[in-house]
Design a protein around this ligand. Structure first.
Ligand code: NAP
Length: 545
């Protein structure tokens, strides 16, 4: 696998021996946390494995990488001046543009001087006598802090496929989540690509244009909508910037962190013509939320969902004339129950003569060989293999660190049957440990920027409350946590989400417990609950003097 090269612009800060807070990760969560804690007068150090800020946008540099939330929406709201001055270029910005934004934020607030780069946190143990976290890094450094904040992201622990023979391949291999900074030139090469989630769906059309030949190995097809990406028009930028506060408020109150008019009708109460016209509008709009929110019951009722599924299947058959390829590209699970994708020319790419689709459900993958990939049917020879095989989502980046709370209890062991949190923010037995967008919060079911800001604000308010009231620690009660986990499961059970083998359910990682991890009640409702809990003196948490 290729390893990213160093970024010259990143500072080389050294780790202090103590700080008020240790923040793990310098993505959008860690950056905002650092800024906010500093303004509260606290000392904080961020520890980051990469060589610069950006988190997921630092690592995921694969060809075609873009966010699937619009730029004017997928950005910080906490600094109105920055909101006005930063100039987004595209409707759905590319990874380089988002990284540039992250770097702009780091420069603006001089964040890098308190970020230690090129350093992975390996362990964090709670010292009950001193009520501090003892944090250790891969380089043997140690720092003690009152607060430990895991800003490690939901999709940052990448996953290699569990296929025999991975190391035997003699050609070049790449993982979408660790793309070389200098890029990859596939010109003239025979390329194999495994995985058709968002990373595969975005990279396949771009790699297909360059490679001599591209073979895509698909285990489960994705639902994908055309992004209809384009340059932003000056008038729409001006309109948003002219009334940003109203928009930001609407984001906070919405279901997915992207305001859309709430649906009022059932998909089953309208005529087929009306329904198809609505779905057509969503398809044309280039917005996933418009499809998922087209009717009140698309996400919760199988029959209603089937109407959306039939619509997308029809679109795939229109875009891909070869009937077998089109049929292979049609998913059979409910729309939206695995993360849908937003693409540019994804389905059309399969019409190219140099692109081939291998349906692993008909032709199972057997092994990676010296020359390429062997399926049950034959061996395919390649010069390069791209793994677009995803992440140990939501829990991987937390349990990869040896986190031990009171009585040396291990977070990883406590979560063997699935993550247990209160609000997705804290976990019982782990005082003064906060997670940003942790399991049990809306996180990946939302515009991440909205959820990140909400969590950072809530956590910082909680810390301020402790300071003001003279409390030393905050920790969820076991009972509040159990009730929250039950509530998260209950809400999920009202939806179709548990019907798919998704990474939301931990189903992509062998041995991972099948638990629906994010909170599906919507960001607006969730925010209200968090605010009520804070207003009641942090109900469900134990605060110790
Ligand atoms: P992913 O959605 O988990 O997709 C991984 C793909 O690899 C799946 O098709 C999976 O098949 C396949 N796979 C995994 N192990 C395999 C094996 N052993 N054999 C064959 N196939 C295997 O990962 P991702 O595409 O990196 O995306 C993850 C998430 O990151 C997205 O859902 C999204 O939330 C986020 N993301 C967002 C954007 C964006 O904003 N546009 C872009 C990229 C990623 P199965 O489905 O059968 O497991």
């Amino acid at each position: 696998m290729s390893v990213p090269v160093a970024d010259p612009q990143a500072d080389t800060s050294t780790i202090p021996s103590s700080a008020d807070a240790v923040i793990v990760g310098a993505g959008f969560s860690g950056m905002y946390l650092l800024h906010k804690l500093r303004t509260m007068g606290l000392s904080a150090v961020v520890i980051e494995a990469g060589t610069d800020v950006g988190g997921t946008w630092y690592w995921n540099r694969y060809p075609g990488a873009r966010v699937d939330v619009e730029s004017l929406s997928y950005s910080y709201s906490f600094d109105p001046e920055m909101e006005q001055s930063f100039e987004w270029q595209e409707r759905y910005p590319t990874q380089p543009e988002i990284l540039k934004y992250a770097q702009h934020v780091a420069d603006r607030f001089d964040l890098r001087k308190d970020i230690v780069f090129r350093t992975r946190v390996t362990a964090a143990h709670y010292d009950e006598d001193n009520r501090t976290w003892q944090v250790r890094t891969e380089h043997g450094d140690a720092v003690s802090a009152r607060f430990l904040i895991m800003a490690t992201g939901c999709l940052s622990s990448s996953k290699h496929p569990e296929i025999p023979g991975l190391d035997t391949f003699k050609g070049a291999t790449f993982h979408t989540a660790h793309w070389p900074h200098e890029g990859v030139d596939f010109t003239g090469l025979r390329v194999g690509l495994i995985g058709t989630g968002s990373s595969g769906v975005q990279s396949i059309p771009v790699i297909a244009q360059q490679a001599a030949d591209l073979t895509v190995f698909q285990r489960t097809p994705a639902y994908s909508l055309p992004a209809r990406n384009r340059k932003l028009r000056p008038d729409e930028i001006a309109a948003m910037k002219g009334d940003y506060r109203t928009y930001r408020q609407a984001q906070k109150e919405s279901g997915f962190g992207v305001p859309v008019p709430p649906p009022t009708k059932s998909a089953l109460e309208v005529s087929e013509e009306e329904r198809n016209a609505t779905y057509e509008q969503a398809w044309e709009s280039g917005s996933l939320v418009n499809l998922l929110s087209a009717y009140v019951d698309v996400a919760v009722d199988q029959e209603a969902n089937d109407t959306a599924k039939r619509f997308v299947h029809r679109k795939i058959h229109e875009l891909v004339p070869d009937p077998q390829t089109a049929a292979d590209l049609c998913p059979d699970y409910p729309v939206g129950t695995k993360r849908p994708c937003l693409d540019t020319n994804y389905y059309e790419t399969y019409n190219r003569p140099n692109v081939h689709l291998v349906n692993l459900q008909r032709e199972p993958l057997v092994e990676v060989t010296e020359k390429g990939v062997r399926t049950a049917a034959r061996e395919y020879e390649f010069d390069a293999i791209v793994y677009a095989t995803g992440f140990d989502a939501m829990t991987g980046s937390l349990t990869n660190v040896d986190i031990r709370g009171r009585d040396a209890t291990s977070l990883k062991e406590t979560w063997t049957a699935g993550p247990r949190t209160y609000l997705g923010i804290g976990s019982s037995g782990f005082p003064n440990l906060f997670m940003i967008t942790g399991p049990g919060s809306p996180s990946v079911l939302s515009n991440m920027m909205v959820s990140i800001e909400q969590h950072v604000d809530w956590v910082c308010d909680a810390i301020e409350h402790l300071q003001r009231q003279g409390f030393a620690t905050i920790e969820p009660t076991r009972q509040a946590q159990d009730e929250w986990v039950d509530h998260v499961n209950l809400i999920a059970s009202y939806t179709l989400y548990p019907k798919a083998n998704s990474w939301y359910m931990g189903a992509n990682v062998p041995g991972k417990p099948r638990v629906f991890m994010p909170y599906a009640g919507g960001v607006g409702e969730y925010r209200k609950k968090c605010d009520q809990i804070a207003a009641k003196g942090y109900e469900g948490f134990v605060l110790t003097p």
